[in-house]
Each structure stands twice: as structure tokens, then as C-alpha cells.
Design a protein around this ligand. Structure first.
Ligand code: PBG
Ligand code: ZN
Length: 325
């Protein structure tokens, strides 16, 4: 493989040659599209920090899910903003809760669409923490009991995949056990296994009004300096029965995606979070970057790092670009 016998540029000469030797391809099949569901009807409120994304009431979220399905996107991930918040986040496991309603409504019109639902309490508690507090500290095991209730109520509504996102110890095992006890052994778990304490979640917290009233999430989300710990977390979740393990955020953590996908023999999801989307949108709006090319390059980079599934707010945009060819 030495110059001049080998000339790498030979295979880059034409578009056809480049197409033949491309190693990583992006497909609409890789995408999961997140949706934010709010109470009320006829609501389609733009989220300021996520241009092009909305807070939808159930029927509007259903329309958005149907449009995503029409673009060939296989899956949506639901987040709910409840009617009322309380100290434990009890609306999360209510039969008539916002996410439960959205699951039923979407499954009714698009049974083939894979419906995933985020399961955490920060959107549901009045203090904005991811579970039950005890002396100001997150009570891990008490929160697990509520998480178990929540995922069972999602399952009763017809969810395909539950996505516990609180980074509580033992959260996958608690979900698997409660789902199996209630005969939902076919409901899958996508674990937020390596979720970092990240400033990239800023716009999301505005969208769902879930910023903690005091303190932060560093006691349960991971320190951004760590990668071996991410592999450990993902391996634990696999052992507890996760069907998919996730790394989140994506762009600043491509090495983590690579490490986890090398070590864990499960499908790997990467969540391109709100801050990643907002940065691209803001720069594109100013004409500083070419949005089409940046979106494709970024999403392909996430796949190349080892992600099988990409959760992205750009899913419909990228699906349209892929369809255009
Ligand atoms: C917690 C949750 C968060 C995100 C998804 N699930 C935020 C957090 O931990 O504060 C972030 C998603 C994003 O930024 O796009 N339920
Ligand atoms: Zn949370």
C-alpha cells in the first residue's frame, strides 16, 4: 500500500466510485423522532429554542407521528408535559396521563409505527428532580417503584418500547421485572445507559419545563470525563435485561458510542440532543453553515461511531433529504 503503486485518490475520482466505496450509509430506518405532548386540544406551540419543533396536544402529536411515518421514519419517542406537577410526579403513571393518551391515539392510527415513551419524573415533579426526594436527595429505590408503575401503565396503553431515562441504579431490572409480572414480556426496554450530566439538554428543559428547582443532576447522570464508566453502565443494563442501550448526548460523545458498541452486544442508540440540534439550527439560520450538508455529515458521523439507532429532531428533515437522494 505504498505510493505510487497505490493511489487512494483513484477511487475518489468520480461520484460513482465514491458511492461504491462509502463505508457508512445513513438510512431513514435509523431514525427515531422525539415528540413533546401537552394537555389541551388544537395545541401546536413552537418551542423557541428548538426551531421547527413543537409542543403538541394529543391529536396534533398524532398527526405529526403520522407525517413522520409517511416519510418512512419507523419510530417516535414520546415526552409528556402533565396537567399538574406534584412532589412524586404521580401523573406519570396515571391511566389517563398525557403520554398514555398519546400512545393510544398514535397506535390507533398508525399501528405499524414503533412507539417509544420516555419514562422519568423530572417533567412530572414540582421540584424538577428525576424521582422522589428524601431529605433533599433523590431516593433511588423509592423512585424505582414509581418507575415500575409508570412503564406498566405505558405498556397497558400499548407502547412498544419504554425508555427509562433517569439513570437510577437498577432501573432496567425494575422495569423488566414489573413488565414481566404483568405479562408484558414483549414490551422492549431502551435504556438511557450512558446519559451524561450535560449542558446540551438546555433547550429540552425549556421545552418540557423540567429544569431542577435547585441543585443539578450530577448525582445520577454521568461525569463527562468518563468512558470506562459508560461501558460499565451499559453492561449492567444489558445484564438487567435492556434490549437497546443508549449513549446521550451524541456529538460530544462519539468515542463513548464506539466504546459501548465494541463492548456490548446489543443494538446501540445515540441521542442527538436538543443542544446539538439548536446549534445547527442557529448557525444555519445565520447562513454560517450549509444545513443540508452539516445534518447529513453529523448524522453519518454518529452512525460511523457505532450507533445503530439515532434519536434526532432532524429526523423528518433528514428523511426528506435521503428521499431526494
Ligand atoms: C429526562 C430527559 C432529558 C432529555 C431526555 N430525557 C433531560 C434531562 O435529563 O434533563 C434530554 C433530551 C434533549 O436534550 O434533547 N426525562
Ligand atoms: Zn429525569
Amino acid at each position: 500500500m505504498n505510493y505510487p503503486d497505490y493511489r487512494p485518490r483513484r477511487m475518489r475520482r468520480t461520484a460513482g466510485l465514491r458511492r461504491m466505496i462509502r463505508e457508512t450509509r445513513l438510512s431513514v430506518d435509523d431514525f427515531v423522532y422525539p415528540l413533546f405532548v401537552v394537555p389541551g386540544s388544537g395545541v401546536e406551540k413552537p418551542i423557541g429554542s428548538l426551531p421547527g419543533q413543537f409542543n403538541f396536544s394529543v391529536e396534533k402529536a398524532t398527526d405529526a407521528a403520522a407525517r413522520a411515518a409517511d416519510l418512512g421514519i419507523p419510530s417516535v419517542l414520546l415526552f409528556g408535559i402533565p396537567e399538574r406537577k406534584d412532589a412524586v410526579g404521580s401523573e406519570a403513571w396515571k391511566e389517563s396521563g398525557i403520554v398514555q393518551k398519546a400512545i393510544r391515539s398514535i397506535k390507533k392510527v398508525r399501528p405499524e409505527l414503533v412507539v417509544m415513551a420516555d419514562a422519568c419524573f423530572c417533567e412530572y415533579t414540582d421540584h424538577g428532580h428525576c424521582g422522589v426526594l428524601h431529605d433533599g436527595e433523590l431516593d433511588n429505590d423509592a423512585s424505582l417503584e414509581n418507575l415500575a408503575r409508570t412503564v406498566v401503565s405505558y405498556a397497558k396503553a400499548g407502547v412498544d418500547v419504554v425508555a427509562p431515562s433517569g439513570m437510577l441504579d437498577g432501573f432496567v431490572g425494575a422495569c423488566r421485572e414489573s413488565l414481566d409480572e404483568e405479562s408484558f414480556d414483549q414490551v422492549a426496554i431502551m435504556a438511557y445507559s450512558a446519559k451524561y450530566a450535560s449542558a446540551y439538554y438546555g433547550p429540552f428543559r425549556e421545552a418540557v419545563d423540567s429544569a431542577p428547582q435547585s441543585g443539578d443532576r450530577r448525582g445520577h447522570q454521568m461525569d463527562y470525563g468518563n468512558v470506562a464508566e459508560a461501558v460499565r453502565e451499559a453492561a449492567m443494563d444489558a445484564a438487567e435485561g435492556a434490549d437497546v442501550v443508549m449513549v446521550k448526548p451524541a456529538l460530544a460523545y462519539l468515542d463513548v458510542i464506539r466504546a459501548v458498541s465494541d463492548e456490548v452486544n446489543l443494538p446501540i442508540a445515540a441521542y442527538a440532543v436538543s443542544g446539538e440540534y439548536a446549534m445547527i439550527e442557529a448557525a444555519a439560520e445565520r447562513g454560517w453553515i450549509d444545513k443540508e450538508r452539516i445534518v447529513m455529515e453529523t448524522l453519518t458521523g454518529i452512525r460511523r461511531a457505532g450507533a445503530d439507532i439515532i434519536i434526532t429532531y432532524h429526523a423528518p428533515y433528514a428523511a426528506k433529504l435521503l428521499a431526494k437522494g
